[in-house]
Write a protein that binds this ligand. Structure first.
Ligand SMILES: Nc1nc2c(c(=O)[nH]1)N[C@H]1C(S)=C(S)[C@@H](COP(=O)(O)OP(=O)(O)OC[C@H]3O[C@@H](n4cnc5c(=O)[nH]c(N)nc54)[C@H](O)[C@@H]3O)O[C@H]1N2
Ligand SMILES: Nc1nc2c(c(=O)[nH]1)N[C@H]1C(S)=C(S)[C@@H](COP(=O)(O)OP(=O)(O)OC[C@H]3O[C@@H](n4cnc5c(=O)[nH]c(N)nc54)[C@H](O)[C@@H]3O)O[C@H]1N2
Ligand SMILES: [Mo]
Length: 769
C-alpha cells in the first residue's frame, strides 16, 4: 500500500480492525474504536495466516495427475497431492475445460459454488469465478441459500417479496419505543449477531436487545436452548420440542380465533384466504381442531401456557421474531407462513415496533437502522446456461444425472455434471449427510477448489488453487447491511505462491484467449476504484454524499449518516394497501396462496399447516432417541478459522463440545468433559460432553463448523473432530423450496473409551513436482 499517515485498516464478516504488522506479518488486530461490542472471532486469523495448513502452491491429486480426469474419484479425500507450477495448473485446467465444453457442453460444469467466502467488494471469490466462466460459455448454477431457502421461496408467495423485506426490518429503536412483548421463536441469539455479510463497523444487537429490555419490553424465548437469549433480558423460556413451532403457532392462531381475539378488520383489509385457513384451524377440513390441547403433546408446552401466551400477545403491542433456523428443518416453509399468519391475526403488521421480523440477531444488520445504498458489484456477465438446482440438492444432482426435482411449480432436470468448481464456499462444511455427499462426489471427472487452507474441501478436490486472504490484497468493504464503508488494506505479501481469485481467473482467461473480456482492460486496483465511483454516484442519486475515493483512502473509513426516521417493515402497505399493494397476486398478505395450492404438492399446502417432520422427538426411536440441534458456532463463522485459536480454545481434547441435559447424561452414565460418540444410521462423530440444564431434555446441541475429519467406522465414516453434518439428513424441506433440513435430526449418544484424535492439524501428504 502507498504511504499513508494512518495505520492499515481491514474489515471482515465479523468486524473491522486496525492492523499491526512486523516484518511483513500481521501481529495484531485492534478492534475499530467505534465498534461498541467487538467480536473475538477475528483473532483466529493471526496464527493461521502462515501456519502449516496454509496452501502455498497449486496442488494436484496424484491419481488425477497420473491417470487423468475421472481417475479414482473414490480416492478423493484419501489421495496425496503433487505440487505444480501455476503454468502447469493453468494448462491442465484450460485443457480440461475445453474437453468438457466440447464433449459435454457448459451445462456439465457445476459452479454453484455456494458459500460465504470473505468480505470485500471486489475480491469476492464467486463473483470472480462466475464472471470468468461466463466468458467461456457459462455453467450450471444454484439458487437460494442454506440460510433460509424455505423462506426465500414461500415468503414471496405470502408477502410478495423476501430479500427486499430483509433490508427493511423494523429497527431495534422502534421496538424499544413501541413494543411491550417480544416473542422470539428461536430466541435472539447474540452469538449470531457477531456476523454481517460483507463487513461491518459497529455491532448493535446486544445494545438493541438490552435497550428494549430496559425500556420495559418483555421477552419470550421459544427455543430448546435457554441460552438463545441473554440472561439479562429475563425472558420467559418455553423449551419447545425442536421442529414443532408450526404446531405451536397454529394453536396460538386457534386460541385467537376461538376466543375472538383476532383483528378481523386487519384480516379483511390486508389479507386473503383467512376463511380457508380458519376451516383447517377449526378442524372443519380434516376433523382435527388445531387447539392448544392438540398442540400440547406435539410441542411439549402445556395447553394453559399456549392459551396464556395467545391472550398476552393479543393484549400487548407484540413483535414476533422468527429465527432463520426454523427454515432449516423439514417443512421449514410452514413455521414462516404460520408466523406471518399469526402476526396478521394480531393485526399489528406495519405499526411501529410490532408485527413480525425475520431473525432478530441472526445477523448484525437485523434491525440495524441504516440507509440502504445500492452499492455496485463486479458485473458477472450473462450465463447462457439455463440449468440450475436448488442449492441444497447438490448430492441428488451428482447422484442422478438426468433425474428430476420439483421446485416452486417447476420440474427441473439434473445435468450430467463432469466438472465441479468451488471458490469461496465449503460444501464439506455446509451440506448435510457428508458421507453421502462424499460418495456422490466421487462421480465427476474433475473437481477444482480455490482455497487458502487445507480444509475438507481442499482435501477432496483434484486441483487445488491457493488463494490469498483479505490481508494480502487491497479491497473495500461497502455493503447495504452496515453504515460503515471501510478500506481493506493489503498489509502483507501473499504466502507462498497464493494468488487473488481475480488473478487466478485472469491467468486462466489468458490461457483460454478471453483475458480482455474478463478484465475489460482494468487492473484489480482500477476495478476497486470503479466499484466505489459507481456506488458513489448511486448514493448521490439518493441524496447521500460519499467522500471521494482518495479521501476515503486517507481516513480509512466513512460512516453513512443515519436515516431521518425509523424503519418499520410494511409501513407503506399498511398506510395505503391499494396504492402500495404487495407483489402477491392479490396485492395482499396471502394466508391462503392459490399459487402454492395450484402446485398440488402434498408436502406444502396453500395455507400454513402442521406436517410431521422426517425426524423429531415425536417419532424418535431407541436407536436415535435424541434431537440434535446443530446451530451456528459462537467462536467462528461456519468452518472459517476453525483452525484458529478462538475456535480451538473451545475444544475438549480437540473435539467439538456437545451440550446435553443432566438427565440424559445420567441415563447414559456420562460425565462432564467425557468424549462421546454421536451416531445414527447415516454416520457418526466424536464430541466432548458439556452437561447443562440450559438445554431441554431429549435435545443435544453441537455447533456446526468443525472441519470434517472422516475415518472408517462401522457406522459409515466417523468424523473424529465433531462435524454434525456427518449425521444430518439430506432431504428437501418440501417440493416447494427444496431447502436444507439440518435441524430435523435424531441421534444417539454413547460413551467412547478410546477416542481417536482429530487428524486435521497437518496438510495431506504433498510432494513437490
Ligand atoms: N448442520 C448444519 N449445517 C449448516 C448450517 C447449520 O445451521 N447446521 N448452516 C448453513 C448455513 S446458514 C450456511 S450459510 C452454510 C455456510 O457454508 P459456507 O459458506 O460454505 O461455509 P464457510 O465455512 O463460510 O465457507 C467459506 C469458504 O470460503 C473460503 N474462503 C474464504 N475467503 C476466501 C477467498 O477469498 N477466496 C476463496 N476462494 N475462498 C475463500 C474459506 O476458507 C471457507 O472454506 O452452512 C450451512 N450448513
Ligand atoms: N457466530 C456466528 N454467527 C453467525 C454465523 C456463524 O457461523 N457464526 N452464521 C450466520 C449465518 S450464515 C446465518 S444464516 C445465521 C443463522 O441464524 P439462525 O438460523 O438464527 O442460527 P442458528 O444458530 O442455527 O439458530 C438459532 C437458534 O434457533 C434454535 N432452534 C433450532 N431449531 C429450533 C426449532 O425447531 N424451534 C425453535 N423454536 N428454535 C430452534 C437453536 O437453539 C438456535 O440456537 O447466523 C449467522 N451468524
Ligand atoms: Mo447462512
Amino acid at each position: 500500500m502507498k504511504d499513508l499517515d494512518r495505520k492499515p485498516f481491514t474489515n471482515s464478516h465479523w468486524g473491522a480492525y486496525w492492523v499491526e504488522t512486523q516484518d511483513g506479518r500481521v501481529t495484531g488486530l485492534t478492534p475499530f474504536e467505534h465498534d461498541p461490542d467487538p467480536s473475538p472471532i477475528g483473532q483466529g486469523a493471526i496464527a493461521t495466516q502462515d501456519d502449516a495448513l496454509r496452501i502455498r502452491r497449486p496442488a494436484i491429486r496424484r491419481s488425477w495427475l497420473e491417470h487423468g480426469p475421472g481417475a479414482h474419484g473414490d480416492r478423493r479425500g484419501r489421495d496425496d497431492f503433487v505440487e505444480v507450477s501455476w503454468d502447469q495448473a493453468n494448462r491442465l485446467i484450460a485443457g480440461e475445460l475445453t474437453r468438457i465444453r466440447t464433449e459435454h457442453g457448459n451445462e456439465a460444469i457445476f459452479a454453484g459454488s455456494y458459500g460465504w467466502a470473505s468480505a470485500g467488494r471486489f475480491h469476492h471469490a464467486q463473483g470472480q469465478m462466475k464472471r470468468f466462466l461466463n466468458c467461456i460459455g457459462g455453467y450450471t448454477g444454484s439458487v437460494n441459500t442454506y440460510s433460509f431457502a424455505a423462506a426465500e421461496v414461500v415468503v414471496p408467495h405470502v408477502l410478495g417479496d423476501f430479500r427486499g423485506l430483509l433490508d427493511r426490518y423494523t429497527c431495534w429503536e422502534s421496538i424499544a419505543e413501541n413494543a411491550e412483548l417480544f416473542v422470539a421463536f428461536g430466541g435472539v441469539p447474540l452469538k449470531n449477531g457477531q456476523i454481517s455479510q460483507g463487513g461491518l463497523g459497529n455491532h448493535v444487537q446486544k445494545a438493541g436487545l438490552l435497550n428494549a429490555h430496559a425500556n420495559g419490553v418483555q421477552f419470550v424465548n421459544i427455543s430448546p436452548l435457554r441460552s438463545d437469549i441473554l440472561d439479562t433480558a429475563r425472558a420467559d423460556w418455553l423449551p419447545i420440542r425442536p421442529s414443532t413451532d408450526a404446531a405451536l403457532m397454529l394453536a396460538l392462531c386457534h386460541t385467537l380465533l376461538a376466543e375472538d381475539l383476532h383483528d378481523k378488520a386487519f384480516l379483511a383489509r390486508y389479507t386473503v384466504g383467512f376463511d380457508r385457513f380458519a376451516a383447517y384451524l377449526t378442524g372443519a377440513t380434516d376433523g382435527a381442531p388445531k387447539s392448544a390441547d392438540w398442540a400440547a403433546p406435539i410441542t411439549d408446552i402445556t395447553a394453559e401456557t399456549i392459551r396464556g401466551l395467545a391472550r398476552r400477545m393479543a393484549q400487548s403491542r407484540t413483535m414476533i421474531s422468527i429465527a432463520y433456523a426454523l427454515t432449516r428443518q423439514d417443512h421449514g416453509e410452514q413455521p414462516w407462513h404460520a408466523a406471518i399468519t399469526l402476526a396478521a391475526m394480531l393485526g399489528q403488521i406495519g405499526l411501529p415496533g410490532t408485527g413480525i421480523g425475520f431473525g432478530y440477531s441472526a445477523m448484525n444488520h437485523t434491525g440495524l437502522n441504516r440507509r440502504i445504498i445500492p452499492y455496485a458489484a463486479l458485473p458477472q456477465g450473462m450465463n447462457p446456461v439455463r440449468t440450475f438446482i436448488p442449492v441444497a440438492r447438490v448430492t441428488d444432482m451428482l447422484e442422478n444425472p438426468g433425474g428430476t426435482c420439483d421446485y416452486n411449480g417447476r420440474t427441473l432436470t439434473y445435468p450430467d455434471v463432469k466438472l465441479v468448481w468451488w471458490a469461496g464456499g465449503n460444501p464439506f462444511h455446509h451440506h448435510q449427510d457428508l458421507n453421502r455427499l462424499r460418495r456422490a462426489w466421487a462421480r465427476p471427472d474433475t473437481i477444482i477448489a480455490n482455497e487458502w487452507c487445507w480444509n475438507a474441501l481442499a482435501r477432496h478436490a483434484d486441483i487445488v488453487l491457493p488463494c490469498t486472504t483479505p490481508l494480502e490484497r487491497a479491497d473495500l468493504s461497502m455493503t447495504p447491511k452496515n453504515p460503515y464503508i471501510t478500506v481493506m488494506d493489503k498489509v502483507s505479501e501473499p504466502v507462498g505462491e497464493a494468488r487473488d481469485d481475480h488473478e487466478i481467473f485472469r491467468g486462466l482467461a489468458a490461457q483460454l484467449g478471453v483475458e480482455d473480456q474478463f478484465t475489460e482492460g482494468r487492473t484489480a486496483a482500477d476495478w476497486t476504484r470503479w466499484l466505489y465511483d459507481v456506488s458513489r454516484q448511486a448514493a448521490a442519486r439518493g441524496g447521500i454524499e460519499l467522500p471521494s475515493y482518495d479521501a476515503l483512502l486517507e481516513t480509512g473509513w466513512f460512516r453513512v449518516p443515519d436515516p431521518e426516521k425509523h424503519e418499520i417493515m410494511l409501513e407503506g402497505f399498511r398506510a395505503d394497501p391499494e396504492g402500495k399493494p404487495l407483489k402477491t397476486p392479490s396485492g395482499k398478505i396471502e394466508i391462503f396462496s392459490d399459487t402454492i395450492a395450484g402446485f398440488g404438492y402434498d408436502d406444502c399446502p396453500g395455507h400454513p399447516a402442521w406436517l410431521q417432520p422426517l425426524e423429531y422427538l415425536g417419532n424418535a426411536t431407541p436407536a436415535a432417541p435424541l434431537h440434535m440441534i446443530s446451530n451456528q458456532p459462537v467462536t467462528k463463522l461456519h468452518s472459517q478459522l476453525d483452525h484458529g485459536k478462538v475456535s480451538r480454545a473451545n475444544r475438549i481434547d480437540g473435539h467439538e463440545p456437545v451440550l446435553m441435559h443432566p438427565d440424559d447424561a445420567a441415563a447414559r452414565g456420562l460425565t462432564e468433559g467425557q468424549i462421546v460418540r454421536l451416531h445414527n444410521g447415516r454416520g457418526a462423530c466424536l464430541a466432548g460432553l458439556r452437561i447443562s440444564d440450559a438445554i431441554r431434555p431429549g435435545v443435544i446441541q453441537i455447533a456446526t463448523g468443525a472441519w470434517w475429519d472422516p475415518a472408517a467406522d462401522p457406522d459409515g465414516d466417523i468424523c473424529r473432530h465433531g462435524n454434525p453434518n456427518a449425521l444430518t439428513p439430506d432431504k428437501g424441506t418440501s417440493r416447494l423450496a427444496q431447502g436444507p433440513i439440518a435441524h430435523s435430526c435424531l441421534v444417539q449418544v454413547s460413551p467412547v473409551t478410546d477416542a481417536a484424535a482429530p487428524q486435521i492439524g497437518a496438510p495431506p501428504p504433498l510432494t513437490a513436482s
